[in-house]
Design a protein around this ligand. Structure first.
Ligand code: AMP
Length: 307
């Protein structure tokens, strides 16, 4: 049941049409850990932070079963910082600023206590760091899931191609799938991307749900139609955390179980967007999660009689 999560632990500054967050806690690994810890603990976290990362935030993660032995603290540097601004549709955003800070010279070390973990979630991060973690694993995990973004396609494509060869599941959004494959049709894009390494591909389409591809099979999960989307930041990472958390808890990596994992990831992501940053992820209960998963079931359940 052991899961390693690699990614950023960061400060974010977010602008939406509804307001500005100021400096808040974010980072791909932060969201993944919050989400996955609803289904599986401990979470073996690998990341890097600076002197400025608040101790209360580390305590809050630890209280949810997040192990921090693999989180390096660089006492003389600042934490990773990202600023973004959402467009009116809340589906698209511009990156206003990315300050790598501690991330620039980060050389992750997989602690001995993490060796033997069966599941590895490579959250959005420099591909070279993702690769280094894979290579340090003495026994290849049962499943390696990877998230990435256009930023790395633009700046580190060669390294990205190397990581892709090593992973089982890739998660990207629709525009990233198109950029990575050079194909507009998502079906063609999926075929091209699966030739690059991953056997499974998840394409996230924001408020329009997500697609799961494997060989010639495809599964579609909707996103819950929400009355208000306050801040979509972290929705992709939360989705990934719910997805891999469910797989790690059940230890079943079949296509069928991945369908359930996608629904669970979508349910968690629907909470994440309701408030700024990680606020909502810290509040939700197991009962609320179950109720929301039921809403997903009700949303798509229908009977049809064919003549
Ligand atoms: P998401 O909205 O799921 O794409 O994730 C947003 C989170 O990713 C924010 O909390 C950022 O701190 C983090 N982030 C933004 N850009 C990067 C990057 N280039 N590498 C790693 N993490 C990033």
């Amino acid at each position: 049941m052991s899961l390693i999560v690699v990614g950023t632990m960061a400060f974010d500054a977010i602008e939406t049409p509804f307001g500005k967050s100021g400096q808040i806690i974010g980072g791909s690994a932060t969201y993944v850990a919050y989400a996955a810890s609803n289904f599986v603990q401990p979470i073996n976290q690998i990341s890097v932070i600076g002197y400025d990362f608040p101790k209360e935030e580390l305590d809050a993660l630890q209280a949810r079963g997040v192990q921090l032995d693999g989180v390096e603290i660089k006492q003389d540097e600042k934490s990773f910082f990202w600023a973004g601004k959402y467009h009116l549709d809340m589906n698209t955003r511009d990156t206003l600023d990315t300050q790598l800070n501690v991330l620039a010279g980060f050389d992750p070390k997989v602690p001995d206590s993490y060796q033997g973990s069966e599941f590895l979630m490579l959250g959005n991060l420099m591909p070279s760091i993702q690769l280094s973690v894979i290579r340090q694993m003495k026994i290849r995990p049962k499943l390696i899931v990877m998230d990435t973004m256009n930023f790395w396609m633009d700046s580190a494509m060669e390294d990205l191609e190397l990581v892709l060869k090593e992973v089982d599941v890739l998660m990207v959004n629709d525009s990233e799938a198109r950029q990575l494959s050079g194909q507009f049709s998502l079906v063609k894009a999926a075929k091209e991307i699966m030739k690059m390494g991953p056997k499974f591909l998840v394409i996230k389409k924001g408020e329009h749900g997500a697609l799961l591809f494997h060989e010639n099979e495809v599964f579609f999960a909707p996103a819950l139609p929400l009355e208000e989307v306050f801040d979509p930041t972290g929705a992709g990472d939360t989705f990934a955390g719910g997805f891999v958390g469910h797989l790690a808890a059940t230890r079943d990596i079949s296509f069928n179980n991945m369908k359930t994992a996608i629904i669970k990831g979508s349910a968690l992501a629907s909470f994440c967007v309701e408030k700024f940053g990680t606020t909502r992820m810290k509040e939700i209960s197991a009962k609320q999660i179950d109720d929301r998963i039921q809403q997903f079931v009700d949303l798509v359940n229908f009977e049809i009689k064919l003549a």
